[in-house]
Ligand binder design. Structure first.
Ligand SMILES: *[C@@H]1O[C@H](CO)[C@@H](O)[C@H](O)[C@H]1NC(C)=O
Length: 134
């Protein structure tokens, strides 16, 4: 084998090693800002996150009706979703929504309030998400 061929093979292997984890994660988040040091209630949070778009609990697998903004609230815990592109319609699946929240918690800590941008949660673009105590 030529040295160049070996280098080429190695670089392809390296590329695959870096590309693989990115492909597995459907949802990516950016602009994550942690907005409090105090964790919100775990159970209330789990209820609130299923209240977006009029409810995505049980067999409902995605945001229904493509609203232009939505909130999910339980007790003092509120999630707010607003499209980055004005007038865009929210069209996020439950899987992506939960993955995005997990990714933000991975940055800030479990149940720590945040603001973040979730990639591709709307028809044309991304969505801004606020998780807060009200
Ligand atoms: C909404 O999202 C689903 C995937 O969950 C996709 O198949 C569909 O094309 C999207 N609708 C619009 C109008 O973007």
């Amino acid at each position: 084998m030529h040295f160049a061929t070996i280098l080429y093979t190695l670089s392809i292997l390296l590329l695959c090693a870096f590309a693989a984890p990115v492909e597995k994660r459907q949802e990516t988040v950016s602009n994550v800002k942690c907005t409090s040091n105090t964790a919100l209630d775990f159970h209330t949070t789990n209820v609130a996150l299923l209240q977006i778009c009029g409810g995505i609990a049980g067999t409902i697998e995605k945001c229904q009706g493509r609203p232009t903004s939505t909130t999910g609230q339980s007790g003092n815990v509120r999630f707010t979703i607003t499209p980055v592109i004005e007038g865009d319609q929210i069209n996020i699946s439950k899987g992506r929504w939960e993955q995005g929240i997990k990714a933000a918690f991975a940055v800030c800590g479990e149940d720590i309030p945040f603001t973040a941008t979730f990639t591709g949660g709307a028809v044309k673009g991304d969505v801004n998400v606020v998780y807060e105590s009200v």
